[in-house]
Design a binder for this molecule. Structure first.
Ligand code: THU
Length: 128
């Protein structure tokens, strides 16, 4: 199961548009029914408009009506596995809460974390 989700993130990474950084990232987000939404990073010549793989996957899922999620796998080619950036942690918290985060690289290295451990004391709508 988790091997499949990591494989989906690795496959999505192949579609990355990253001519500026050369750093390709893939993500695969599983909803509560088992459906998987993938994403890759999509860069832009203005740099600041770059979208991370995780947010592409979340926005694809939400825009197709998914609202409950189980896990996300994130794949990049780094020896120390690549975690989601701060902006993606905030977006993941908004839509997925304390989901399981599976990190992967192409050489079979894997690590499983909880979003809450990556993003403690998160701000959300419960404060207002
Ligand atoms: N990137 C992601 O797609 N996800 C992350 O969690 C970290 C960073 C992308 C953004 C940019 O295209 C490249 O990696 C270098 O920062």
């Amino acid at each position: 199961m988790s091997a499949d989700l990591a494989a989906a993130a690795l496959a999505a990474r192949e579609h990355a548009y990253a001519p500026f950084s050369g750093f390709r990232v893939g993500a695969a987000l599983e909803d509560s029914s088992g459906r998987v939404y993938t994403g890759c990073n999509i860069e832009n010549a203005t740099y600041g408009l770059t979208l991370c793989a995780e947010r592409v996957a979340v926005f694809k899922a939400v825009s197709e009506g998914a609202r409950e999620f189980r896990r996300i796998a994130i794949a990049a080619d780094s020896e120390t596995l690549t975690p989601p950036c701060g902006a993606c942690r905030q977006i993941l918290w908004e839509f997925c809460g304390d989901i399981e985060v599976l990190l992967a690289n192409p050489r079979g290295k894997r690590e499983t974390l909880r979003l809450k451990d990556l993003f403690p004391r998160a701000f959300d709508a419960s404060y207002f």
